[in-house]
Unconditional design. Structure first.
Length: 478
């Protein structure tokens, strides 16, 4: 069994490459199951996958072997691409096929609504962008997975906390394989060393990576005249708020809740306001309301002018050339940690995103969907070090980065924290853009959290009440 685990750990690294390579592709097969020539998995590896399937899955033959996937990217491998372990298992165990129904990023929800209303539903849809739930449940574009995926089974036990985070109106909506960090705090080790600052990674491992230490470092480093700032990027407002462990928009007992008046939120927002008063943020107001330079992600970190840059791991998951804005990864300059913990807390909260899928309303083949989700779970749950090969060989990550990657993934799976402010409605999304920036707005525009709550809570409450009480039984066009 140990050999099988080691095999899958390496093989699943290739699985992660498939979706990434396909993302954003304009190529498609217009409704046909994939027939391109992909790199085949070795026969001995197929045999090991079959062993896992026989031990973990219900291998009963599917009546309908094809499932339809609506997306702007294809799960199936591209020409010359690598077949993922989960897809190989689905092929070999069920003779399954995934039919790619192509759409665009901009039109994916409109196309889904039209297909469901026309009784031509696809089977499944990606939940990974964190903007489909609970909106799709409210608008009757998706349906609960509980009748098809046994979330109480041993197979799904590792993902129980993740799936439980996506319960709405009494049902589980997302087959969430795992949680993945939405934000980490990226920094340049040369900047830390040359400025005589404590290494955040060492502080974290010593459980000393706190808000007070974070504030002290940002303040000490910042020199606006030299264009040196403690924080930059588009995402630090959301990342900082969630360090309190309470998202601005959450779910409780299957209903959306507004947490703006939560004492923990009020406390962290006061810290954020005071951080801004220390002038540690890059002044977007002086740069046409954009981040440093031309808006390239990470710009300023690699030139040793920005101390901390909250961003998803995706920001540094690429070839050395593609992440050079953060520094020289092969020289060991790029490093990251979780966002700091609150001084009075013992938990490092990591904002999470889900690796999972939604079952479409009136899906023609829900059993096929469940079979593929079970294949994903069977391969993933055995893979203790997902993607290590790609990160080490292609991205040139060092041992310290790999160790910290394991840490942050473990943190967000141990206690996943999801914020649903972009997954309810366009009206709420627009309102929350103002709310989450209120205490950190540069150019003299920041307000206290008390003022922000007074000005925005009522409208947020109304939008959430409307969402909770107007759950549709049939979809309507967006």
């Amino acid at each position: 069994m140990k050999m099988t685990k080691r095999f899958l750990a390496g093989l699943f690294a290739l699985t992660m490459c498939v979706g990434m390579a396909a993302c954003g592709s304009d190529s498609g097969n217009d409704g046909e199951a994939s027939s391109v020539k992909a790199k085949e998995i070795a026969q001995e590896d197929k045999d090991k996958l079959n062993e896992v399937a026989q031990n973990k899955l219900d291998t009963t033959e599917l009546e309908n072997k094809t499932i339809r996937f609506l997306s702007h990217w294809d799960i199936n491998p591209s020409e010359g691409g690598v077949v993922g372990a989960d897809l190989q298992m689905f092929w070999d165990t069920y003779d399954g096929k995934i039919e790619y129904v192509q759409t665009t990023w901009e039109n994916r929800y409109q196309d889904l609504a039209k297909m469901v209303m026309a009784n031509d539903s696809p089977d499944f849809f990606s939940a990974m962008d964190m903007d489909g739930f609970p909106k799709g449940a409210i608008k009757a574009m998706f349906e609960p997975i509980d009748d098809y995926v046994d979330l109480d089974s041993e197979l799904w036990a590792p993902a129980k906390a993740t799936c439980d985070a996506f319960v709405f109106n009494g049902g589980h909506y997302v087959a969430g394989i795992q949680s993945y960090p939405q934000y980490v705090c990226v920094y340049n080790t040369k900047t830390i060393e040359e400025n005589g600052l404590d290494d955040p990674a060492e502080l974290y491992y010593n459980d000393e990576w706190t808000w007070s230490k974070f504030t002290e470092m940002c303040t000490e480093f910042t020199n606006q005249e030299e264009e040196k700032v403690g924080l930059d990027g588009w995402w630090y407002a959301a990342a900082l708020n969630d360090t309190c462990g309470v998202p601005l928009i959450g779910l409780k007992d299957g209903k959306l809740v507004n947490n703006m008046e939560d004492p923990k939120v009020a406390k962290v927002q006061e810290l954020m306001y005071n951080l801004g008063k220390n002038d540690v943020f890059f002044d977007r107001a002086s740069n046409n309301w954009s981040i440093r330079g031309d808006g390239t992600t990470g710009l300023g970190v690699g030139t040793y002018q920005t101390l901390f840059y909250p961003v998803g791991l995706w920001g540094i998951e690429g070839t050395p050339e593609s992440v050079s804005a953060f520094g020289d990864v092969e020289a060991g300059e790029i490093m990251f940690v979780p966002m700091p913990r609150m001084d009075d807390s013992d938990t490092y909260w990591v904002t999470s995103r889900v690796d999972g899928y939604l079952l479409c309303k009136n899906a023609p083949n829900p059993k096929g969907f469940a079979a593929y989700m079970n294949c994903r779970m069977a391969t993933l749950s055995e893979a203790d070090e997902i993607g290590r090969k790609q990160h080490i060989e292609d991205y040139k990550w060092n041992d310290d980065m790999m160790k910290m990657r394991d840490e942050v993934i473990a943190l967000c799976n141990d206690h996943p924290l999801y914020d649903f402010q972009e997954g309810v409605s366009e009206e709420l999304k627009t309102t929350m853009e103002t709310v989450r920036q209120a205490t950190v707005l540069t150019g003299g525009g920041a307000t206290t959290w008390t003022q922000c709550v007074e000005e925005n809570k009522a409208s947020v409450d109304y939008l959430l009440k409307e969402a909770n009480e107007n759950i549709q039984s049939e979809p309507t066009a967006e």
